[in-house]
Design a binder for this molecule. Structure first.
Ligand code: SF4
Ligand code: SF4
Length: 155
């Protein structure tokens, strides 16, 4: 009986306090700027240096590119296997052009592991979604096009 009253006392003390839980998925959490969620990718910035793939501890990045008529390398395919990615962010740390970055996307639950291979187009769409969701983190020109990302968020 004493234990029951003690437990009830804890419950009653918590009732008037501010709730810390969210009605997920209707309510989404707001993550801090440096949250390490699923990647976003900007193909135009990639120079196909392969550093991200070489540093990856789980070998989950595969990419290919070709040299254009101007002698510059351009990315053709860029895939990440999120079945084995550990979201360590080493790939974004070594990228010299900041074409691969972390985002606050985190919902990848699926019934098939095949759906966890995400390609360049998905990763670029994730970049566009990130720009739409966080306009305050980008510098834009007069037409509203993204010019650059503000310092401190590009990891
Ligand atoms: S976050 Fe880590 S494990 Fe995932 S792709 Fe980048 S380097 Fe590899
Ligand atoms: S490190 Fe950056 S620039 Fe180099 S291949 Fe990877 S994404 Fe492209």
């Amino acid at each position: 009986m004493f234990g029951f009253m003690k437990g009830l006392g804890v419950t009653l003390r918590q009732l008037p306090k501010k709730k810390v839980t969210l009605m997920y998925p209707e309510q989404k959490p707001v993550w801090p700027e440096r949250f390490r969620g699923v990647h976003r990718f900007i193909p135009d910035l990639c120079i196909v240096c392969n550093q991200c793939a070489r540093v990856c501890p789980t070998d989950c990045i595969s990419l290919s590119g070709t040299r254009g008529p101007d002698k510059k390398m351009r990315i053709d395919t860029y895939d990440i296997n999120f079945d084995i990615c550990i979201l360590c962010s080493l790939c974004t740390d070594v990228c010299p052009t900041e074409s691969i970055l972390m985002s606050d996307t985190f919902e990848l639950a699926t019934y098939s592991r095949d759906n966890l291979y995400l390609d360049m187009h998905w990763l670029y769409e994730n970049e566009l979604a990130y720009e739409r969701n966080h306009p305050e983190r980008f510098v834009k020109d007069a037409e509203g096009n993204v010019e650059s990302e503000k310092a401190g968020d590009a990891e």
